[in-house]
Design a protein around this ligand. Structure first.
Ligand SMILES: Nc1ncnc2c1ncn2[C@@H]1O[C@H](COP(=O)(O)OP(=O)(O)OP(=O)(O)O)[C@@H](O)[C@H]1O
Length: 233
């Protein structure tokens, strides 16, 4: 579903990502770990078209998306959960979801039915559909941001540190929902600081250090790896 091949990016003259290659297969959940400043959000931006890769390729479902634009990606079946949620705070939950639903351009889907599906998946937002999203708690906003990524039935979901700022109890609830999404057959790239939780639900993982992929492997192997244990566990 997602392939990055030898991607390089810079901020001005400062190189950031260096020869980054990663892939997420159909229905597979993969995590991208890395310390602060490693380039995780840069990788997210390179996938969603906010930052153009200088060289290398970014392909989604076999299509080169480097010049695609973020809106077009939604209609290719990709849902994004950006760091910090980035909801429209003065719009209601329903309006935020509507924008994402329209961007997905999926004529076979019906908005009311998709809202009902999201309300079932996220009971916390059912009674808040007409509340302005900026007045919701951080945990509720996190659920709305995930519902927004899912409402157009994407085949691939890319999440940038979605658990940031959530309480331990909410993190558990959040990742139970993420695991259910994976079980529905969606491909997921989970960019996370929370290595133990991420590796416990993803099949494989990559470790990004100073813009380069330093380690990759099956989650069970990474959980036993000395570098990962030293950095996180
Ligand atoms: N727009 C920008 N202009 C210049 N430098 C930037 C820009 N965005 C990010 N950087 C730098 O690139 C490096 C990687 O940033 P990035 O946000 O990708 O890291 P990260 O792994 O997501 O870190 P964190 O876990 O702290 O969010 C950092 O040193 C950051 O200061």
């Amino acid at each position: 579903m997602l392939e990055m091949e030898r991607v390089n990016t810079s901020y001005g003259t400062v190189p950031m990502l260096r020869e980054v290659s990663l892939r997420v297969g159909e229905g597979e959940m993969v995590c991208l770990l890395g310390p602060n400043g490693a380039g995780k959000s840069t990788t997210f931006n390179a996938i969603c078209g906010l930052l153009r890769a200088e060289s290398g390729q970014v392909r989604i479902a076999g299509r080169d998306v480097r010049d695609c634009g973020t809106e077009a990606l939604a209609s290719l079946g990709v849902g994004f959960v950006p760091e910090g949620r980035r909801l429209f705070p003065t719009l209601t939950v329903r309006e935020n979801l509507r924008l994402a639903f329209d961007a997905a351009r999926a004529p076979a889907l019906e908005f009311a039915a998709q809202i009902e599906k999201m309300a079932q998946l996220f009971p916390r937002i059912r009674e808040r559909l007409d509340q302005r999203s900026g007045t919701m708690s951080g945990g509720e906003q996190a659920m709305v941001a995930l519902a927004r990524a899912l409402i157009g039935e994407p085949r691939l979901v890319v999440m940038d540190e979605p658990s940031l700022g959530l309480s331990p109890k909410l993190i558990d609830e959040y990742f139970q929902i993420v695991a259910r999404i994976r079980d529905q057959g969606k491909a997921v790239l989970l960019i996370e600081q929370n290595a133990e939780t991420a590796l416990s639900i993803a099949e494989r993982g990559y470790l990004l250090v100073r813009g380069r992929i330093a380690l990759q492997g099956a989650s069970a192997d990474l959980l036993r790896d000395d570098t990962i244990r030293h950095m996180y566990l």
